[in-house]
Design a protein around this ligand. Structure first.
Ligand code: ZN
Length: 495
């Protein structure tokens, strides 16, 4: 497949997210080459603190790329036909800035290091300076720029902001930054949630959407669309309010999102999601398709290659059926065509989420490690979701015993090297589930496969990033909050 299949002027974007992990440079280049060969023509760069920024030297990660190194990566991407689309956070998800003591006064809510107070003039000045630095780094080929703005739950709640009309305040802040871009002929965009927020009638949504300027590209993210799971995005099904009101829309499904194991993505849910999103993007002739891949879910991105390729193929040159396309891709990439087995192995992961591992990784982003065990995780989750019925340890054991059996059949059937990362991930994922079951059943785990999981994360992460990822997964289950916190702080220096 090549870019010649892009018969309409549209974007096929791969999301390269450097939040929470430090990806190795060779891994990034591998991903770019794969994406280009699949037909992608743009990359959404979420670089966060992994660049040696001058605007905010306090926030720079100890293993951040120098600008020279990153420009070399960008040059490689450009030579592969991948347009750079930078993403800079302007409302929320700014924990890489606001976790630092110096910037604490800029938080909208003191206890929450993710959301800026945008009433503060110094915040706007800071973001403008930062924006100029982004533009300088990414260079003259930038045609689209993403200003974030998703999940800004705390937005507009401080004593100063609460006095303002929320949308007016939002637009005032956004417009100031967007004008810098528009003067240079660059098209600004934001995630769609703020535009489609609220329990509103169709007419009210239209009115709300029309408060936003038409120069914005709306990046419509929905990681459930097309899958069998209940859609938890409150804007589900509201895409027409954007297209019919004249917005340029990019549909964003996911291949790494909430629900994934730290060791494997959910092949069933994500394949349904990307295939349906690609189909809708074609049918509605949207501005583009962006496959998001959130690194906080930790597993090596090469395990998502079959999903990235499925998205590209269903968008650019779909075959007769999704199943056939996916099974051909799996054979080519992983040496197996057993879709059912791939789905079975990964379908149980969401039920394990409340047991802590992801709380651990999110805690690292927030620089606030949470001590505790699987049991603590469940109790915390129950307070937020009173109707939640957790699986019993025996149910977890029974499910993963059968998964282990399916996996060993796969292992004996093939000595295929293409399968190796999947098999390592599956082994660790099963071990993780069994440890959760043991811990819930009152058994004290004696040993964790830390070495093994460090090696696994090390396929794509730097050594210290892999060590941190590994400790985030296992330490909460060990109930060793203290040790966990120490590891996190050593690796994140000052975060
Ligand atoms: Zn405020």
């Amino acid at each position: 497949m090549s870019n010649m299949f892009l018969f309409f002027a549209s974007l096929l974007v791969l999301h390269m997210d450097m939040n929470s992990i430090r990806m190795r440079r060779d891994a990034i280049v591998d991903h770019l080459r794969e994406a280009s060969s699949m037909g992608y023509n743009a990359v959404l760069w979420e670089v966060e603190d992994k660049i040696k920024w001058e605007t905010c030297p306090e926030c720079v990660h100890p293993e951040a790329f120098s600008k020279r190194e990153f420009r070399e990566i960008l040059a490689e991407a450009e030579s592969l036909g991948l347009e750079p689309i930078p993403l800079m956070q302007t409302f929320a998800h700014a924990e890489y800035i606001l976790s630092h003591e110096k910037y604490r006064p800029w938080r909208e809510v003191d206890a929450n290091p993710t959301c800026y107070c945008v009433s503060k003039l110094e915040v706007r000045e800071f973001q403008k300076r930062f924006l100029f630095e982004y533009l300088d780094l990414f260079g003259p080929s930038v045609k689209n720029f993403h200003l974030g703005a998703d999940e800004a739950h705390a937005f507009g709640t401080c004593p100063a902001c609460v006095k303002r009309d929320k949308f007016e305040l939002f637009m005032e802040h956004l417009d100031g930054l967007a004008s810098v871009l528009r003067e240079r002929g660059i098209r600004p965009g934001i995630w769609c949630d703020m535009m489609l927020t609220g329990k509103l009638s169709d007419a009210q949504i239209d009115a709300q959407v029309n408060k936003f300027p038409k120069y914005l590209t709306a990046w419509y993210w929905d990681y459930y669309y097309g899958s069998e799971e209940k859609n938890l995005s409150y804007w589900a099904g509201r895409i027409d309010h954007l297209t019919e009101n004249g917005f340029s829309v990019i549909f964003a499904p996911a291949t790494a999102s909430w629900g994934d194991s730290p060791f494997l993505p959910m092949y069933g849910k994500h394949s349904d999601n990307v295939a349906a999103a690609a189909e809708l993007t074609r049918r509605k002739n949207l501005h583009g398709l962006c496959v998001t891949s959130w690194s906080v879910h930790l597993s090596p991105k090469r395990l998502q290659y079959p999903l990235w390729e499925l998205a590209a193929q269903r968008y650019l040159a779909p075959g007769d059926s999704v199943e056939k396309d996916f099974s051909a891709i799996l054979v080519r990439r992983l040496g197996t065509d057993d879709i059912q087995m791939m789905k079975d192995i990964t379908s149980w992961f969401p039920s394990l989420i409340p047991f802590d591992s992801r709380f651990g990784t999110c805690a690292a982003k927030w620089a606030r490690p949470i001590a505790g065990t699987a049991k603590d995780g469940i109790e915390r989750y129950r307070r937020e979701e009173p109707d939640y019925v957790p699986p019993l340890p025996c149910e977890i054991e029974a499910n993963f015993a059968s998964v282990r059996k399916a996996l060993s059949k796969m292992e004996t059937k093939s000595s295929d090297l293409r399968m190796a990362p999947f098999i390592s991930g599956a082994r660790l994922a099963i071990r993780h589930a069994e440890t959760i079951a043991d811990e819930l059943g009152g058994k004290v785990p004696v040993r964790f496969p830390e070495e093994e999981s460090r090696r696994f994360f090390g396929i794509e992460q730097s050594a210290s990033s892999a060590a941190l990822s590994s400790s985030l997964v296992w330490m909460p289950l060990a109930g060793e909050g203290g040790k966990f916190a120490e590891t996190a702080s050593v690796n994140q220096k000052g975060r």
